[in-house]
Design a protein. Structure first.
Length: 140
């Protein structure tokens, strides 16, 4: 029992052989690692299909969703059915949007004033300032 490790050390490493030259035209020779990747991918896809089949079998046939009523298929593409709004409702929505825009503008103005307390204009570019040279040159 103790010599098993010694025997293992003496054995040569098993390597998979290359694709023979006369079979190169048939394509890449699949090795074990390639087979394992392919098998894992196949099992993963098969498992997903199985879950989807179970989900389809357990689906409630009398299930209802409002999108079933509010859309239709035209030339194989789903298209929303837009119901016309009453003028009063539309007017209310427009007023709300207008108020929101005003509020957003006010918030942006406040943020800008917090960032810029000195009163420098917003469109001012710092590169417009002429920078003084940092090195002092002494004349002899």
């Amino acid at each position: 029992m103790g010599f098993n490790k010694a025997h293992k050390m003496a054995q040569r490493l098993h390597r998979e052989r290359r694709q023979p030259m006369h079979r190169k035209k048939l394509g890449y020779l699949e090795k074990k690692q390639d087979y394992k990747k392919r098998a894992i991918d196949h099992h993963y896809k098969a498992e997903r299909l199985k879950k989807l089949k179970i989900k389809a079998l357990e689906r409630n046939p009398s299930e209802f969703h409002f999108h079933m009523i509010n859309s239709r298929i035209v030339d194989g593409v789903h298209e929303e059915i837009v119901k016309p709004m009453e003028p009063k409702v539309r007017e209310r929505i427009v007023k709300k949007e207008k108020l929101l825009k005003q509020y957003n503008q006010r918030v942006l103005q406040q943020r800008k004033s917090r960032r810029n307390p000195k009163g420098v204009p917003e469109d001012f570019d710092e590169s417009q300032l002429q920078q003084r040279p940092r090195h002092i040159i002494f004349n002899r």
